[in-house]
Design a protein around this ligand. Structure first.
Ligand code: NAG
Ligand code: NAG
Ligand code: NAG
Ligand code: NAG
Length: 318
């Protein structure tokens, strides 16, 4: 099946740096973002200005038993979106923000995999007060990556050219460095890049995107993690994106935003989401919440994004 407008270019994924840029004054595409394609999402998908929907799928749900993949949820969502003339985008969720919800299959709960995932802190002072609030997949462990990349390959065989794009979640993470977890900033950095490179190598048609917001041990380009990672994505045909479109937000400006802008024409695609918390952000210039046009304008002109994924609760959708 061939994709419609904005067909990903095969060449851009295979070559190092063929820029794929939006035509001069084409406007940014508007999609939905949802953890789950429910009735509300399907209704909003009917709107003519909405071109598709990004949804989340955990590793555990996609590989319930070792080497037994279950892609029925994606296949079903693909049918439901395509029957409405819309596109599907898949976020492969390898972390959670709930202690009760571990994202990895049970077979990974072994020491060789560092249990597959380790607790992630959800708090304001994780260095001094580590309060677990979810799980992060131990992608710094090469045995875990080998299993994860096998999943990516199986997904490519099932959905390359059918699903419009795939993304790996944000780079921000808060886990403890200790001998049990095996985690270090550098191993996490290298593991994340390795997965992104691998994903781009197995999908010949669908876009592949790595979300980048903050790197641990990489604040404001410490250790060159921001500059090195964006250069790596450009060199390896990996698109870039971010979970939060918050115009001129200082912490973002100090981190991924300038690189998204700088690399907009050197990566296959650049995308961004307006997730629920972003909707509440206040525009310092107006003292009001950002408007639909302000979000869109910033994403398109400042970040260089070609798709904006809207949380279903965006006021303009209702
Ligand atoms: C698009 O480009 C054309 C030609 O450069 C220009 O006349 C038109 O105003 C532009 N439209 C927008 C919406 O920027
Ligand atoms: C991508 O292309 C290569 C080379 O033609 C091929 O071996 C591989 O199976 C293709 N992958 C998919 C997912 O179709
Ligand atoms: C961690 O491992 C290193 C070497 O493998 C060892 O020297 C060190 O004592 C260990 N630390 C802890 C807290 O177990
Ligand atoms: C792995 O799980 C075991 C059993 O629940 C636990 O004792 C151990 O601390 C875990 N290791 C890590 C790295 O979380």
């Amino acid at each position: 099946m061939k994709l419609g407008v904005g067909l990903p270019l095969l060449a851009s994924l295979l070559s190092n740096s063929i820029p794929v840029r939006a035509t001069s004054n084409s406007s940014i595409a508007q999609w939905l973002y949802t953890s789950d394609i429910d009735d509300e999402a399907l209704t909003l998908l009917e709107r003519p200005e909405i071109q598709g929907v990004q949804s989340l799928y955990t590793w555990k749900s996609l590989e319930p038993q070792r080497d037994q993949y279950d892609f029925s949820a994606i296949a079903n969502d693909l049918t439901r979106t395509q029957s409405r003339g819309k596109h599907l985008w898949v976020q492969i969720q390898d972390r959670t923000f709930s202690n009760a919800n571990n994202p990895v299959p049970k077979y990974l709960h072994r020491p060789i995999y560092n249990n597959g995932s380790v607790p992630q802190c959800d708090g304001d002072d994780c260095d001094n007060n580590f309060v677990p609030g979810g799980w992060a997949t131990a992608q710094w462990n090469p045995y875990v990556r080998e299993r994860f990349q096998r999943l990516l390959k199986a997904m490519a065989h099932a959905f390359d050219d059918k699903v419009y794009g795939f993304n790996l979640p944000e780079t921000a993470i808060e886990v403890q460095s200790n001998n049990a977890s095996g985690y270090t900033c550098q191993k996490y950095f290298e593991g994340t890049l390795d997965n992104a490179r691998y994903a781009a190598s197995v999908f010949n048609h669908s876009y592949v995107v790595q979300y980048v917001n903050f790197w641990p041990c990489g604040w404001a380009n410490e250790n060159n993690y921001l500059s090195d990672s964006f250069a790596f994505f450009a060199a390896n045909g990996v698109g870039v994106g971010g979970p939060d479109d918050i115009p001129y937000k200082q912490t973002m400006e100090n981190n991924a935003y300038p690189y998204m802008s700088q690399y907009r024409d050197q990566v296959p695609i650049n995308v961004v989401a307006v997730q629920e918390p972003d909707l509440a952000a206040i525009n310092p210039k107006t003292g009001e919440q950002f408007t639909r046009d302000e979000f869109l304008d910033f994403a398109e002109k400042q970040l260089g994004s070609r798709i904006l994924f809207w949380a279903l609760s965006a006021p303009w959708l209702h």
